[in-house]
Design a binder for this molecule. Sequence first.
Ligand code: C2E
Ligand code: MG
Ligand code: MG
Length: 350
Amino acid sequence: MAIKQILSDLSQPISTGGMSVELDLECGVVVFESSCADASDVLRKATSAMYQAELRQLPFLVYNASFDETHRRVYAMLRAIPTALAHGEFRLVYQPKLDVALGRFTAVEALIRWRSPKWGVVSPAEFIPAIENTATIHLLTEWVLHTALAQTAAWQAQGLYTSVAVNVSARNLEHPHFVKIVRNACRTHGVDPRHLDIECTENAVLTGERSLGVLAELRDLGVQASLDDFGVGYSNLACLQSLPVGLLKIDQSLVKPIADNYRAWTLLQSLISLGHTLGYRVLAEGVETADIYALLADAGCDAMQGYFLSKPVEAGEVLAFMRDQRTALVALPRRELGSTFAALAACKAA
Ligand code: C2E
Ligand code: MG
Ligand code: MG
């Protein structure tokens, strides 16, 4: 059979530069009619079959629609996003961030929500990873920036001066005009760039060639920057020496286990102290219980975010929330740690 022959031929050792190179091959096969096939679709199907072959440790597999149901859903979503944006299917919700020393919420993070007539509520955890390697992410991020800044301006007009954080992807930072886009958005809505915070992940900052320079330019404009999901990315600690960000947001997977896992708790304390030593403020994500809140406050964590403090809230509810909670929060339990520390000590001893 032709495929077997091709694979066998390509598997023969190749001599180059005095070295012998042997290829380990997997192959995806698609049957298509050249008259009606879309070239990019054929390639996508072949890639999907190739990954399945790799997964099943087979030399080759012929494409079958069941291989890429998830892929096809995501691909369809990707194509639908520009129209969905134009049709107003997206909105932003805002999760408050607590400044521990002040005992009040001083900032919010804008988080996108999509209610699609076709797919229902789609989580950003599903569609953002799908689009962040495509040009559509520019359209989406620009929409998020403008919507969040317009909302911030509306809050300011009502006397609420809060910072707003916008999540951006690696590809946004690589855009040749990203700094200009951010500056123009701030100008358009009359929001001082100091009230804007750009959140990007470790991977986004460290993989892009331009990312560090762009973040430095944004900082010169006055925009704040935060390193999102800190601790679960590339973890290149050397880069921490001089990142142009002010805040490290420790990923929730490192925060959630601390109340009953002594090693997790020790790791988190070390991360907070490392961040402080290097001059960063530190925020813990995913604070879900009073115990975790109290442990983190005791460890000197500067800021927190999580369901215990507040779930993301609708734009129209932020003003009332911030006004009500500002004073109420000072009364949060700060040092009811006796039993938590006893439990942690017991874990350590076990
Ligand atoms: P992220 O930026 O790390 O946002 C935190 C996520 O954790 C949010 O999920 C938030 O709702 C959730 N969360 C907050 N506190 C808690 C908690 O105490 N427990 C638990 N279990 N979850 C908590 P969401 O909104 O589903 O967003 C998921 C991710 O999607 C975000 O992670 C971010 O990476 C991305 N994302 C969301 N909105 C945008 C956007 O506008 N642009 C881009 N590029 N990415 C976005
Ligand atoms: Mg974020
Ligand atoms: Mg995060």
